[in-house]
Write a protein that binds this ligand. Structure first.
Ligand SMILES: [Zn+2]
Length: 323
């Protein structure tokens, strides 16, 4: 349970001598404080222009931190640098604070630290659990992709150049941004589409994306972890490992259908609608739903299958085997 301290700054001026417990006037959403000078109400003291919230929503910000090298149980590999593993992992499940959002229109949500703002603390818990890891060796993948799509970099750059919103700050380097977006988009695909095969819920799994850079500022490797969000595991990531190909095929089917209905060049065409990659349900994305692209994920999966997105859009049958 988190504690929200309200410091009555405006009351400080006259150093009120509070004589009893503050009362909350439910009907008028007002706080009434009994003092030596009589009852003082918060709305009156705070003046006009203040909206009083009758409740606030708090969301815990929990970051998983990998503590040890994972221990492999089983693995599957493709010939283009993608490896999928089932493994046990040791994580520090670290609660770094809360966002607090009042239910008042236009109000900002703010960050509440654990302990105080000047000395923030982390509430950590060590968790040993099961995880599915998708790792991609990017130099190998790009080598493979460029053989069939020699102008891939230019094509990816064109995708973002004319978007109505800036999804990626330009100039950017495709070989650096594309791997991050694919690693994160893969995580959300699995989080959004696993339920049918695993029987699990969104909150049963957590996500973690790790990136290894190469010497030149590009990406050498990305590691996407989808882990059981409880100590000892809950069996969901193991089922996900066993049904990975089915989950990915179903997700591809849905995303491709929606992609066809989206007007090219729009933000939704690039990112996808909520429910594809954007996580709308609690627990929210720990990376704030950034670096996601349905378009690029579809291109990635098409190239992985020895096809192109264009050929899929023209109706060629989909043969996805993942990894
Ligand atoms: Zn995420």
């Amino acid at each position: 349970m988190n504690k929200i301290k309200i410091s009555p700054k405006r009351f400080g001026v006259q150093r009120l001598l509070v004589t009893g417990d503050p009362l909350y006037d439910m009907r008028n959403y007002n706080l009434v404080i009994p003092t030596l000078h009589g009852l003082i109400d918060y709305k009156q003291v705070a003046g006009s222009g203040v909206d009083i919230a009758n409740h606030v929503s708090t969301f815990a910000l929990v970051l998983p931190i990998l503590l040890d090298a994972p221990k492999e149980i089983d693995s599957k590999q493709s010939n283009n640098g993608i490896e999928v593993k089932l493994e046990t992992v040791k994580l520090l499940y670290a609660n770094v604070g809360y966002t607090v959002k009042p239910n008042v229109a236009g109000a900002w949500s703010y960050m509440k630290s654990i302990d105080n703002m000047n000395e923030p603390a982390i509430m950590g818990e060590e968790v040993e659990t099961y995880a599915l890891e998708v790792s991609i060796d990017w130099p190998t993948w790009f080598n493979y992709a460029l053989r069939s799509h020699p102008d891939l970099y230019d094509e990816l750059e064109r995708d973002v150049r004319n978007l109505p919103i800036e999804v990626i700050s330009i100039p950017f380097r495709v070989e650096r941004i594309f791997p991050l977006i694919i690693a994160h988009s893969l995580a959300h695909t699995l989080l959004n589409f696993h339920s049918l095969y695993t029987g699990g819920e969104r909150k049963d799994l957590g996500e973690l994306v790790l990136v290894t850079k190469d010497g030149g500022g590009g990406v050498a490797k990305t590691r996407t972890f989808i882990f059981d969000a409880v100590m000892g595991g809950n069996g969901v990531s193991e089922l996900l490992y066993n049904y990975l190909n089915e989950v990915m095929s179903d997700a591809l089917d849905v995303m491709l259908r929606r992609h066809k209905n989206q007007r090219p060049g729009t933000a939704l065409w690039f990112m996808g609608e909520p429910g594809d990659l954007i996580l709308g349900t609690w627990p929210r994305c720990i990376y704030g739903n950034v670096a996601l692209s349905r378009l690029w994920l579809l291109k990635f999966l098409a190239i992985h299958s020895g096809m192109s997105l264009q050929s899929w859009l023209q109706g060629q049958p989909i043969k996805l085997s993942f990894p």
